[in-house]
Write a protein that binds this ligand. Structure first.
Ligand code: 3PG
Length: 212
């Protein structure tokens, strides 16, 4: 495991954020930091993503920002220029993955099947996002599907919440979990950063209880 992966593992959870107004990005990052979590995945599901990443990195240069839902090569460029340190996608798009690899940009593509895991492994990626993790079968699916791919690490996302987080984190090959349950879009748009702060603290308690 390299330093980058160790850093992801140290977070335990990565909030998957959909932000409509880039002005909310800094108070959101502040709330997460105050709760003890120095990372976020800002998804390119809204037009505000790029500006939100810029705003966070300007205010908190050490805050780790991943860009999520990156579906196009131009979004990779925009995310990296804005300060994103990692590109995440829900699926495995050869063009986008190769674009990142050729530029030495960290990327975690999404996978759901053994074939996709094998493809990632074949081109030298050691970490993949498993999406949508819970519907695929959750921790039992990870155990079954990872048996032949013992060197691969997983970032399960999709359907993870406070009731099942610890079951995922109990698996050694789960590097960290992504989820939106503690940074729900409506809380961000209502600017309810107090609730986000306390729900993040609750999530981090579970990470600790899982022995991370
Ligand atoms: C993602 O893109 O990773 C998911 O939409 C997050 O899934 P969740 O909302 O079920 O946590």
């Amino acid at each position: 495991m390299d330093d980058f992966e160790a850093r992801l593992k140290g977070f335990g959870v990565i909030p998957v954020v959909k932000i409509d107004d880039a002005a909310d990005a800094v108070p959101l990052a502040a709330a997460l930091s105050e709760a003890g979590l120095g990372c976020a995945e800002i998804t390119f599901r809204t037009d505000a993503a790029e500006e939100a990443i810029k705003n966070i990195k300007r205010a908190f240069p050490d805050f780790f920002v991943a860009a999520g839902t990156v579906l196009q090569k131009n979004q990779v460029d925009r995310a990296v220029a804005a300060g994103a340190e990692l590109i995440v996608a829900p699926g495995f798009n050869d063009d986008v993955v190769n674009y990142c690899i050729n530029r030495k940009i960290r990327m975690i593509p999404g996978v759901a099947t053994p074939s996709e895991i094998e493809k990632a492994s074949y081109i030298g990626l050691c970490t993949v996002k498993l999406f949508p993790a819970d519907i695929l079968g959750g921790p039992a699916y990870i155990k079954a599907v990872s048996a032949p791919y013992r060197h691969m690490k997983f970032m399960p996302t999709g359907g993870i919440n406070k009731n099942n987080l610890k079951d995922y984190l109990a698996l050694n090959n789960v590097i960290c979990c992504g989820g939106s349950w503690f940074v729900k879009g409506d809380l961000i748009s209502k600017r309810d950063f107090d609730t986000i702060r306390s729900e993040t603290a609750d999530a981090l308690k579970l990470v600790k209880e899982a022995g991370r």
